[in-house]
Structure formats: structure tokens, C-alpha cells
Design a protein. Structure first.
Length: 232
């Protein structure tokens, strides 16, 4: 069962322009081999559970320092009382950003309709044709489409983002992603970084794309999307 398994007490990069903390939820229904959060995805027993009450007490102490809370994972929508814990955070006056893989559109809709989310960052794993291959599980692409439509048609801030990996993403895939997301406000390209804590060992030690290639991907995406950022 998904639990709170991590807390980064201060971040200047997870929820710009706000000073935030980041709450990490364990477990994920995807198994992307290049994922850096192996311990969270596997719900490692080495990661100690953090009670909701501890998070809320921490926030009470940091009201004068923090503006917002980023909730990430793993996949946060797997958390049994995600709506409840976000409601309590919002009651304390904090803005909330949710990171999600978009596999639970019904929960996303409930959070959006309840005005509990200020910003959503949704991971787009690949073109529709290669989604299940990239996630290493069978993905219901209709649910991904529903989440994209929900987010695009909401009035809250959002970004779609893809971690691009040389073994998984080609210029053709990036073009298909752009065409799929045509009309979106914002897209972020995240370059894969070598890491030894990946889920699949075949991604250990491989390098990400060159800056030249990243700029080519950006050029492709800008045909379809208003704002494209590259994070190297």
C-alpha cells in the first residue's frame, strides 16, 4: 500500500517560483526501467513511513518559510487518502503541486473539481504507440488521454513533461508526442541522467542526449506547444 516515505524539507526547484517542501509517496503502477526512484517504486522497507500527522506538524512549524507543498512519488494518486491529506494541507494555507503519471483520471478530476490543486505536472512517457513498452506494464492509454484532456481543459497551472532516454525516444517519437499534445500551454524536456538507482540495470551508466539533440527536440515540440523548456 502506498505510504508517505520521504520529505525534502526545502526546495527551490520543485514548485517554482515558490519555496516548497516535497512529500514522497511510495509505490507506482508503472515500472519504467530508467526511473531513478527505485526504492520508492518498490516501497523499500528501508524507507521509513512518515505519518500524516508528522507532515502536518512540520508544516505548522514552517508556515513563515514555505509557500507550497509538492506531492510526488512513486505515484501519489495511489495513496489511499490523497484527497484528505491535500485538503488538510490546503486548510493550512499552502499551495499544492501534484506530480502524476496520469493513470488515475477519476482521482485527478476529483482533486481538480474540489479546487485542491494549484499546479499539475504530468509525465508523458512516450508516444501513444510506445507507451506500454516504455512503462514496462500494460497501460490503458484511454486513461492517459482522459488525464491529458482534464488537465488541458482545467483553469489551473500545468506542465506536461517527458524524460527523454536515448534507448527509448527518437525524433519521430518526440514529434508524435508533440502532435498528441498540440495546443498545450507548457512542456518540459527532461534529459535522462546516468544513475545507479534505476529500476532496470541496462540503464545504469548510459548517457543522456547531447545539448544539440535536446535543442532539436525542443524545435520539434515548439511546432505544437506554446512554451517548451529544456532541463538538462
Amino acid at each position: 500500500m502506498a505510504m508517505i516515505k520521504g520529505l525534502q524539507k526545502t526546495s527551490l526547484v520543485d514548485f517554482p517560483p515558490y519555496i516548497s517542501c516535497t512529500v514522497f509517496i511510495s509505490c507506482c503502477n508503472f515500472r519504467c526501467g530508467f526511473c531513478h526512484n527505485k526504492d520508492l517504486v518498490d516501497d523499500s522497507p528501508e524507507l521509513k513511513e512518515i505519518k500524516e500527522s508528522e507532515i502536518l506538524e512540520f508544516l505548522d512549524l514552517r508556515k513563515k518559510i514555505l509557500d507550497g507543498v509538492c506531492i510526488t512519488g512513486g505515484e501519489p494518486t495511489l495513496y489511499p487518502d490523497i484527497k484528505g491529506v491535500i485538503s488538510k494541507i490546503k486548510e493550512k494555507g499552502f499551495k499544492v503541486k501534484l506530480d502524476t503519471n496520469g493513470s488515475n483520471p477519476l482521482i485527478l478530476k476529483e482533486l481538480i473539481d474540489s479546487r485542491l490543486i494549484d499546479y499539475i505536472a504530468m509525465d508523458i512517457k512516450n508516444s501513444m504507440q510506445r507507451y506500454s513498452e516504455t512503462c514496462c506494464v500494460s497501460v490503458d492509454i484511454d486513461k492517459i488521454k482522459d488525464s491529458i484532456d482534464l488537465i488541458k481543459n482545467s483553469d489551473i497551472g500545468y506542465e506536461f513533461r517527458s524524460t527523454l532516454v536515448p534507448r527509448l525516444h527518437s525524433k519521430e517519437d518526440v514529434d508524435k508526442i508533440g502532435s498528441w499534445l498540440k495546443g498545450s500551454k507548457r512542456f518540459v524536456i527532461q534529459n535522462f541522467r546516468a544513475n545507479n538507482n534505476v529500476i532496470d540495470d541496462k540503464y545504469k551508466g548510459i548517457n543522456g542526449f547531447s545539448r544539440e539533440n535536446l535543442m532539436k527536440f525542443k524545435e520539434i515540440l515548439m511546432k505544437y506547444i506554446d512554451e517548451v523548456e529544456v532541463r538538462e
